[in-house]
Design a protein. Structure first.
Length: 710
């Protein structure tokens, strides 16, 4: 989970940013044939199958939602923002598009809702998925027939109405299909301009009270080109193969962080610190390739993937500090280089009343981290990290007719982790063998359907979180990872119920070794605090429940969700006056209402409202509510609605905010964040002879790919 209290630290460190899936035409056809409960009372149409909610998009108002991101947050079972959609109660999901893992978040803007056939939300993934995967969203695009050339052009701009800056983007895509061969490619340009405005108060209590308070601003700008190319060859109805390559050309980026804070000692002003930090970031060409074969020999299904990935980041930082005590100028550099190789093989075979799937996945990652700073009190680092993961799984699903459907699975993962920092003589060797069972049962009862799922999952820390290098933020704040972090261990029990246009999801989750951040008194720099990744010493129990409705009356259709999430956690923390207990159990409430009005002549209007109350997440407390209101107008033109013009005003009330605070014993903090999301969005989409790519590669090592970006 992200901790916005340390957003400056994370972005400063150059973090950009779980886990495989296999899908086939056969499984889609079988899905249609299964007996399911179809929601007839409204649109969109949602059906429940085992632990998954499948929502039809094609032919519903959701098909005119704009981008893929704007559509996903309106799908039953989901929430979040168009740039960071979430599954209710499960957090950020893995997203697959036609069996291919979405590797770049910009795809949420590149793909359009009218291209989508259906969306499957899985809130308890089975054994075929990586043990870190808590939620999966599988997207299938519309199947269009015919050979020939198709083109699509998208032009979009987001104008910030409060701070007056632009975020333009554009895409040119092409697809050519002939005689079973499908060649596709695209070029996408994106200018990122992100800003965050915060105020921070940090209090450290030892034999004196040391307090820092003041505004903090962050500006992040970069330009990026993404090139995609691939070919799919349909040899026959039972055999297809292909290759896809994604090349990321980073055109450069600059990050500026400004602290302007007063420093008090025992309520006496002793300093005023103005810290202006500039980071220039460069990256080599990032390459990700996927080669696949998908076929069937007799009754045996075969799905094989091979992935290769390279990525890296080099950052030069200058930190100019002006102080009443003394001025300072700090230089630092950091770099990361990563390589990944992964293979995945899945075999499936019909057995009795169901189907058995067995598979294996092997992921091999090498990473090199460096950090240099011109301060002798902070050690430099030169670390080599190697992580190998070998997994095997088996899963069996059986249809008992009117008695329901059941599935059971087991996944085994062997993980070898080596950390070698030659500069600091810091070494770690860790070998782990873990088992992850899953089970699910679903049954139809007239017009209602229920599904109960159980799973054990894990969460591994990112490579950044395990980096023991001390990062300099200011003379009063340092950041450090922790190579001794343990994996989280999660037990999840989820109930899904569907009746007509009502859906209910309720979950119980128990998390051991929860990964969070803590602050400590630092001995290297006087009066500085050290922010460190740690495991919580006691389990976190969380209950959640969400009720969704999707009614439709005339031209109006809606998707509304109300929910509650509450964790049972208290911590015994130590401060200057001894040990005391902090209760972290205040619940948070969620309410979303997405309203669509569909009129004649291609007109559509949306009124979208999302609300989240105060509440705890681990040891961090959000002490304010978040409210976002968006107004959208859209018009389709030309033959077959080839041209779509869309205009939206986002965050109309300017209440997209998050205030996080925490009591960590010797240290208490509060950070109030305001986000630059009050915008005017204008987009134009034009399509010529649109056809759909047949690419069926699913990829391998997806969880490791995601962690490489951290």
């Amino acid at each position: 989970m992200k901790r916005l209290f340390f957003a400056a630290v994370l972005i400063f460190a150059g973090i950009s940013g779980r886990a495989q899936e296999q899908d086939s035409t056969e499984s889609v056809n079988k899905l249609v044939e299964l007996q399911e409960v179809v929601v007839k009372g409204g649109l969109p149409n949602t059906r429940l199958k085992a632990g998954a909610m499948i929502t039809r998009i094609e032919g519903t108002p959701l098909a005119q939602s704009g981008t893929l991101g704007e559509m996903l947050i309106k799908v039953p079972g989901m929430t979040g923002t168009d740039e960071a959609p979430e599954v209710l109660g499960k957090g950020s999901p893995l997203i697959y598009i036609n069996g291919r893992k979405m590797r770049d978040a910009s795809e949420l803007k590149r793909l359009h809702s009218e291209d989508i056939r259906d969306v499957e939300v899985i809130n308890t993934p089975g054994a075929q998925y990586d043990a870190q995967v808590r939620a999966v969203v599988r997207i299938r695009t519309r199947k269009q027939q015919g050979d020939g050339l198709s083109l699509d052009v998208t032009l979009t701009n987001e104008h910030d109405l409060r701070y007056n800056f632009e975020r333009p983007q554009g895409k040119l895509g092409a697809n050519y299909r002939q005689n079973g061969v499908d060649v596709f490619g695209s070029v996408y340009y994106f200018h990122q301009d992100y800003r965050q405005y915060s105020t921070i108060e940090d209090i450290t209590r030892t034999n004196k009270v040391f307090r820092q308070c003041g505004p903090y601003t962050m500006t992040w700008k970069n330009d990026q080109l993404t090139y995609t190319a691939g070919v799919n060859w349909q040899l026959s109805d039972n055999h297809s193969l292909g290759v896809r390559a994604d090349l990321t050309h980073y055109l450069g980026g600059t990050n500026q962080v400004i602290y302007d804070e007063d420093v008090f000692e025992n309520d006496v002003l002793i300093d005023h610190l103005y810290s202006h930090q500039t980071s220039d970031e460069t990256k080599p060409l990032g390459l990700l390739t996927n080669t696949y074969y998908n076929g069937k020999v007799g009754r045996l299904g075969i799905d094989f993937n091979l992935d290769c990935m390279t990525s890296g980041t080099d950052t030069d930082r200058e930190n100019v500090e002006q102080s009443q005590v003394n001025d300072d100028f700090v230089l630092s550099k950091s770099g990361t280089n990563s390589r990944l190789y992964a293979t995945k093989l899945v075999l499936s075979y019909p057995l009795w009343k169901g189907k058995v799937e067995v598979g294996t996945e092997m992921t091999f990652v090498k990473r090199h981290n460096t950090y240099w700073i011109d301060k002798s009190t902070i050690p430099n680092t030169n670390a080599h990290i190697k992580e190998n993961n070998i997994a095997a799984f088996a899963e069996y699903g059986c249809d008992f007719g009117r008695y329901g459907n059941a599935s059971i699975g087991l996944r085994y993962e062997h993980t070898l982790y080596d950390y070698d920092d030659t500069m600091n003589q810091d070494f770690l060797h860790r070998s782990m063998d873990e088992w992850f069972p899953t089970a699910a049962y679903s049954v139809s009862m007239g017009k209602a359907q229920a599904a109960l799922s159980y799973s054990i999952k894990t969460e591994r820390p990112s490579f950044f979180a395990m980096n023991d290098a001390v990062t300099y933020i200011s003379r009063y704040t340092l950041q450090v990872g922790n190579s001794q972090l343990l994996n989280e261990r999660l037990r999840d029990l989820t109930l899904n119920v569907s009746y007509r246009w009502l859906t209910l999801t309720a979950s119980y989750e128990r998390t051991k070794n929860a990964i969070t951040q803590w602050t400590y008194i630092n001995t290297t720099l006087p009066d500085a605090t050290l922010v460190k990744h740690v495991n919580l010493g006691k389990p976190v129990n969380t209950l959640s429940a969400y009720l969704g409705v999707t009614p439709r009356i005339g031209i109006w259709s809606a998707n509304a969700t109300a929910g509650i999430e509450k964790q049972d956690l208290y911590l015994d923390v130590t401060g200057p006056d001894g040990t005391y207990r902090v209760y972290c159990d205040k619940p948070s409430y969620t309410f979303n209402a997405f309203n669509t009005f569909t009129l004649k002549h291609g007109w559509q209007f949306d009124i979208n409202l999302t609300y989240r109350s105060r509440g705890y997440s681990y040891n961090f407390y959000n002490d304010t509510y978040n409210l976002r209101l968006g107004l959208v107008a859209q018009k389709s033109l030309l033959k077959d609605n080839a041209l779509t013009i869309r205009c939206a005003v986002l965050d109309c009330l300017q209440r997209n905010r998050l205030n996080e605070s925490g009591d960590l014993g010797y240290n208490q903090f509060r950070q109030c964040n305001r986000f630059s999301t009050h915008k005017l969005l204008l987009s134009l989409v034009y399509r010529l002879n649109a056809t759909r790519s047949k690419y069926k590669g699913t990829g391998a090592g997806k969880e490791a790919q995601a962690r490489m970006r951290l």
